[in-house]
Design a protein around this ligand. Structure first.
Ligand code: F6R
Length: 243
């Protein structure tokens, strides 16, 4: 895994945005795998700035988001669908038909998951996957477990994730307990992966994914098996490595 240690959150966000833009310049119809959460907000802001400055064109880009709560309506402000439109899509020239986010209100979750995998395959697979990481080492909502799912699936959120995400809700009871997430195979099949890690609370997990051990109990450790993963980490998250 390549590692870029940045001074701060802004530098991490700018480097990530530059990598996304250079992917899209090289291949204008790139398939991007996208994440939500606090970490990539700065990257999306920078991408919007670059688009407004005429430095980026998303007209042919296709996107597949990693995950969505279940069950949740796409218009619910806590949904990842809402997040993506507010923080990125509505500000750039992406074709709405090229946006894909798991449907968190699908009646038949199993069918939704298998259709999502099919759509990713039919698009030719992910060219560049953007990832954040949970404090427990999850990527997407692939939570630590003795076995991991390879395909898109409905999953139960761990208590660590529910606690961490409660900050976005009025109370912890409102955090959905399930989500649809792409599986590990889809993530690992991406041609290129960037993993963004920011903040002191991610320093411990950051150390664990780089210690050489690969375990399903830390799903992000499987990224060590991927031939083209770059970790972009700010100094706060990397402090255990630098000091
Ligand atoms: C979100 C996702 C999650 C987050 C992770 C970190 O689409 O896939 O794996 O990346 O929970 O979230 P933040 O960035 O809020 O710390």
């Amino acid at each position: 895994m390549n590692k870029i240690i940045c001074k701060n959150y802004d530098e991490m966000s700018n480097i990530a945005a530059d990598m996304v833009i250079s992917q899209v310049r090289q291949k204008p119809d790139s398939v991007l795998g996208l994440a939500t959460g606090s970490t990539p907000i700065g990257m999306y802001k920078k991408l919007i700035q670059m688009y407004k400055a005429g430095q980026a064109d998303f007209s042919q880009v296709k996107t597949f988001n990693l995950d969505e709560y279940y069950k949740i309506d796409k218009d619910n402000p806590q949904s990842y669908n809402y997040y993506m439109h507010e923080n990125f899509f509505k500000h750039v020239n992406i074709n709405p038909q090229n946006i894909h986010i798991p449907n968190g209100s699908a009646e038949n979750a199993e069918e939704e998951c298998s259709n999502y995998d099919k759509m990713i395959e039919q698009s030719g697979g992910i060219d560049l996957q953007v990832l954040g990481i949970g404090v427990n080492g999850h990527i997407g909502f692939n939570e630590p477990a003795t076995e991991l799912n390879s395909k898109t699936h409905l999953t139960r959120l761990s208590i660590d994730t529910i606690r961490a995400n409660a900050r976005f809700f009025d109370s912890i009871d409102q955090v959905p307990t399930q989500a649809i997430t792409v599986g590990m195979a889809t993530i690992l099949k991406a041609k290129k992966i960037i993993l963004l890690i920011s903040g002191k609370n991610k320093a411990e997990i950051m150390g664990k994914i780089l210690n050489g051990k690969i375990t399903t109990n830390i799903p992000a450790s499987l990224l060590q098996l991927h031939p083209d993963t770059t970790i972009i980490v700010d100094e706060e998250a990397a402090y255990k490595l630098v000091s």
